[in-house]
Design a protein around this ligand. Sequence first.
Ligand SMILES: Nc1ncnc2c1ncn2[C@@H]1O[C@H](COP(=O)(O)OP(=O)(O)OP(=O)(O)O)[C@@H](O)[C@H]1O
Length: 346
Amino acid sequence: MSVARAVVELRGVSKVYPSTVKGGQPVVAIDDVSLTVEAGDVYGIIGYSGAGKSTLVRLVNALERSSGGEVLVNGTDIAALSERDLRPVRAGIGMIFQQFNLLNSRTVAANIAYPLEVARVPKGERAARVAELLEFVGLSEKAKAYPDQLSGGQKQRVGIARALATSPSILLADEATSALDPETTHEVLTLLKRINQEFGVTIIVITHEMDVIQTIATKVAVMDQGRVIERGDVFDVFSNPQAAASARFVSTVVKGIPSAAELETLQQRHAGRIVTLSFRDAAVDQAAVFGELTRGGVAFQVVYGGINEIQGRPFGHLTLSLSADDAAIDTALTRIRVLTTVTEAR
Ligand SMILES: Nc1ncnc2c1ncn2[C@@H]1O[C@H](COP(=O)(O)OP(=O)(O)OP(=O)(O)O)[C@@H](O)[C@H]1O
């Protein structure tokens, strides 16, 4: 078996910004983060606003310099590099943005050619590469159009073509589909998936959208207050988050988990005890779970729920209102807890 190669490796990285107000405390945007992204990964970075996601990716392409720790890109610690030595490293990293960041005074073709000009690629070669990229993103007819004449999805496809111009091995996407409607998001995600699968480009995506994680990510890291609080296989993190803060974040994006306000409404509406059961994959025998309720003489009503699917594996949450005497419910829940995760609203 071949050993996976680390393409991006953060070792104990921190980033501290000076306070934005006079005399205020410095802002610790990244706090001792270690993270390894391997060749071929589509690595999702998720978390609430202000968690440090953008800062993290800006450290990877040296748009920001770290305050401590090592940032290794293809084995080279970029923190130690001069601006000049960073140039080839940056050429190996493409980036796409939520607001596309296209140059409005340049045509589509000239936008895509821009990084090739910076890299001093000869004119003839540039034209051939631009034509090839336009074809790949399906915009050959728009070569002479200006960004203002394009839809959001087309603009992002230009952004992707520009990011790929120098044939990078790494692509960073910062909320790249957040400004797009669901259908266009799907088109762009399909394109990113092709880039990963056909060209072997390693992709790091910052997102708050479940769609993005569900469709393309293979691994995920959850950030909170500058730290990575949980990481791993997407299915594991989303179906069974371990850290309290990741569970809170996950519950806002997956289907079927009632929010605190919804739980309160359910408690007002139903006389029984409100309990949420989590089902992962085929690992849980649902019949056995409901069998325990019936066996214990507990009447139940499904009052909330939803099923999600990640990488073809389903997981879901069902909230029930349980009616019986407390002792009977407690006995049934103790038995069910052996089979699956149970959360009771208090
Ligand atoms: N240039 C800066 N100067 C001072 N503080 C900054 C700077 N850039 C970011 N920060 C602070 O660092 C923290 C992390 O910001 P960052 O933008 O990385 O978070 P994020 O998770 O990407 O959030 P969002 O999803 O809103 O973009 C925040 O508290 C932010 O205010």
